[in-house]
Design a protein around this ligand. Structure first.
Ligand SMILES: Cc1cc2nc3c(=O)[nH]c(=O)nc-3n(C[C@H](O)[C@H](O)[C@H](O)COP(=O)(O)O)c2cc1C
Length: 351
């Protein structure tokens, strides 16, 4: 089973992370890691900070001659935007500032901000690129799609969703505001039988929810692409794919569909009323350097998070420490049980 830890501050020298338990023998996907970081950095709605960062990643452990060794993988990403944080007692609303100062007994919100910042997700994105790559070479495809932004639908059936998204972002920016939204993750090719109903914490959906809910600004997670609360049970039973590929805590071989709700970025150029933690005096705050939306960037990190959970569930079910070992066990399982996948609305059993 894999575990990971990250360290580093938003404007410190560098961010670093360790992924323990990743199998041996996987080709090191250096270009793929960089591509995931590029997608996160250049995602729609990001701030100008992203133009100063290049997210050059150095893989410093767990690899030898182009393959993983089974030792902990470690990555380093230097910050280009480095500065000593300005001490401040002003609480930014809807951020970790207040809770962080209370919890750690700090009188300077910048110390909270430096670690609570979503800049940390750059390391997760780099680490998660390894399981994402391994899922890919194991026949598991993971993709994300933004389905709403700023309260407006962006489903593919909507007229020109990409242009609509650009306009929503431009309008929000012009008003000094920010936008939330929703994305859907699709995980295809997952064998049936991952996860368990034996304990609540072993349910596969619990595992996805934990990892996806750990992404800053993600505030809601549901299984299935449809508004399941709105349909009668009879309709659900006749379209079982709408429960999103997990029933009773176990994958059923269909596409796993998970929908995530992302809140609007709290740092806006519209002045917000708040207070000073130290003096208790009323204060005002605004930000002109924040992202306009985190939805697109969060979705990139979420693809990796979904791969981390999926690969961990595979490791739990089949065991194995190397790519060869895991691939052969997976292949025996697939030959025996197949994957039920949905093609143009019809179910095909792959043998
Ligand atoms: C990729 C990404 C970028 C973000 N950028 C900003 C930002 O520029 N300004 C901001 O105020 N919040 C930003 N956020 C949201 C905050 O990190 C988040 O709302 C805050 O840390 C409070 O945590 P919570 O929303 O998970 O409760 C971003 C989130 C993500 C995932």
């Amino acid at each position: 089973m894999m575990k990971y830890l990250t360290a580093g501050e938003s404007h410190g020298e560098l961010l670093t992370g360790i992924l323990d338990g990743f199998p041996a023998g996987v080709p090191v996907p250096e270009l793929f890691v960089q591509e995931q970081l590029r997608r996160r950095r250049t995602a729609l709605g990001r701030s100008t900070r992203q133009q100063t960062e290049n997210d050059d990643v150095k893989i410093t452990g767990g690899v030898y001659e182009g393959r993983t060794t089974g030792a902990p993988l470690s990555v380093l990403i230097k910050n280009s935007s480095r500065k000593k944080p300005e001490p401040s007692g002003i609480i930014r609303p809807c951020h970790a500032d207040y809770g962080g100062m209370v919890k750690y007994g700090l009188e300077d919100a910048s110390l909270v901000r430096e670690r609570a910042s979503a800049r940390e997700t750059v390391v997760r994105t780099a680490l998660f690129a390894f399981p994402l790559y391994m899922c890919g070479i194991s026949g598991i495809r993971i993709s994300s799609e933004i389905i709403s932004l700023g309260g407006k639908s962006l489903r593919p059936c909507d007229n020109r969703p990409a242009e609509k998204a650009e306009k929503i972002i431009a309008d929000a920016k012009a008003k000094g505001d920010t936008a939330g939204g929703e994305f859907v993750l699709k995980i295809s090719g997952v064998p049936a039988g991952l996860g368990s109903y034996s304990q609540g914490f072993r349910r596969l959906f619990t595992e996805y929810a934990e990892e996806l809910g750990a992404i800053p600004a993600v505030k809601g997670i549901s299984c299935g692409g449809v508004d399941i609360a709105d349909i009668p049970g009879s309709v659900m039973n006749s379209a079982p794919e709408c429960t999103g590929g997990i029933d009773g805590g176990i994958s059923n071989g269909r596409d796993i569909i998970i929908r995530c709700v992302v809140k609007p970025v709290p740092g806006t150029a519209v002045t917000a009323r708040t207070s000073d933690y130290i003096t208790g005096a009323a204060a005002e705050i605004c930000s002109t350097t924040s992202d306009i939306t985190a939805v697109y960037a969060a979705a990139v990190t979420a693809e990796g998070a979904a791969a981390f959970v999926t690969l961990n569930a595979i490791l739990e079910k089949f065991g194995g420490d190397s790519l060869d070992e895991i691939s052969s066990r997976l292949s025996v399982w697939r030959q025996r049980h197949g994957n039920v996948i949905s093609v143009s609305g019809e179910e095909n059993r792959l043998k």
